[in-house]
Write a protein that binds this ligand. Sequence first.
Ligand code: THU
Length: 160
Amino acid sequence: MKELELITKVNIYDWDELSDSDRELVETAKRATTTSYAPYSKFFVGAAARLDNGVIVQGSNQENAAFPSGLCAERTTLFHANAQYPQQAVIELAVAAYCNGKFLKSPIPPCGACRQVMLGVEERYSRPLRVLLYGEDGTYVVRTVKELLPLQFTGETMTE
Ligand code: THU
């Protein structure tokens, strides 16, 4: 038997340690929580994607009475960015969540389906997608989605 140890590298930043550009992206994700439609969960998630041309696209979770028909903020944002700017790589994505009258203390961990879609975006543009997960107690930053999703299933998996 062999053991494979998978190590994830996450940098944790206090608010005043973030660059102006990172703060701008996180602020946009925080603002985007106000556009969330979450009457069922009351969990308001916002996301902001920075494209290679500098444009920032924002989005939020959109729920439906038939629960699986809704969509998370990350996927709403990435699909919107890709549909509006198909030629532009998405290079950064910030996420924030607001619940019970406040932003989460701990960074919002994206669900597995969103991580898979983020990975697909990286693959599509052959560029790392840097991810910033906002929490009141600190922002987690990973330089690529691969840090969030070890043992990735990609298009290459099917051509091996
Ligand atoms: N949600 C997101 O938008 N992003 C996440 O990373 C986790 C969950 C949404 C989906 C649903 O509208 C609500 O949060 C509760 O799961």
